[in-house]
Design a protein around this ligand. Sequence first.
Ligand SMILES: C[S@@+](CC[C@H](N)C(=O)[O-])C[C@H]1O[C@@H](n2cnc3c(N)ncnc32)[C@H](O)[C@@H]1O
Length: 247
Amino acid sequence: MSLYENDWLYDLVHEKPADGEDLAFYERMIERYGQPVLELACGTGNYVVTLAAKKVDMAGLDNSSQMLGAAERKSCEARVESNLIHADMRDFDLGQTFKLIFVAGNSFQHLNDVNDVRATLRSVRRHMDADARFIVEVFNPSLELLVRDPRERYFVGEYRTDDGWIVINENVFYDAATQINHVKWHYRNQYAKEESTVEFTMRQYFPQELDYLFASNGFRIEEKYGDFDEQEFTSKSPRQIVVAGKP
Ligand SMILES: C[S@@+](CC[C@H](N)C(=O)[O-])C[C@H]1O[C@@H](n2cnc3c(N)ncnc32)[C@H](O)[C@@H]1O
C-alpha cells in the first residue's frame, strides 16, 4: 500500500507546527511575490489550510483522494474554505494563472524521471503570470543515507496516537541507475500483533542536475537556498530550495 492511501499515518509523522520555519519561509515568499498561490502535491493540506486561514488566496492540488479528504476535514475543522483540486501535477489545467506556485516537503521527489519533470514544468509554466515565481524544495542528496543496507531496518520514530504508541522502522533500497530511493515503512501499534507496511519512492535530484532541469525547461533560477533561513546553497546544506521565474 502507498503511504498516500494512509493519510493518518502521514500526518502522524509529518504534521507541522503552525509556526514552523518552513511555514514562515512560505509566508515571506507570498509577501515577496504575491497572490494567488498554488501548492502542488499539497497532501493533507498542512500549508493550504493554515495559509487560507491567514487569508491567503490559496489553492492546493494533489492526486490522492485520501490525502485531499484529510485536507477537507482539516478545512472544515478550521472553518476555512480551501480550494482543493484533485489532479496530477504532471498534467493539469485550471484555467487560471498564479503569482506563486510551490511544491513543498520534498513532494517534487515523487516525480520519478526526467519526463515527469518536463511535463510538470510545462504545466506549471502555463499557470504562471509573466512575473510569477515557482519554488521547489527537495533534499540535498545524502550519500551516507543512500548507501544504507537494504536488508537492515532503521528506526524512524515513535508516535503517540489515541490507541497508544506506534513504532515505525524503515527499509531503504537506493537504485543508483534510476536515482530512486525505494522506502518501506513497517509499523505496528504497541497492542497489535500484526505489522503493516506502506511504501513510497523518493527520486534523488543532484544539485547540478536540478539546476539544468530548470534551465532546459524554460525557467531562470533566481535564488537557490540551502534551507528555510534563505542562506545560499552549499554542499553541506540539508535542502535545495529553488526560486525560479520565467526568463
Ligand atoms: C510529502 S506529501 C505532501 C506534503 C505536503 N506539502 C505537506 O506539507 O503536507 C506528498 C504528496 O504528493 C502527492 N503526489 C505524489 N505524486 C503526485 C502527482 N503526480 N501529482 C499530484 N500529487 C502528487 C501525494 O499524493 C502526497 O500527498
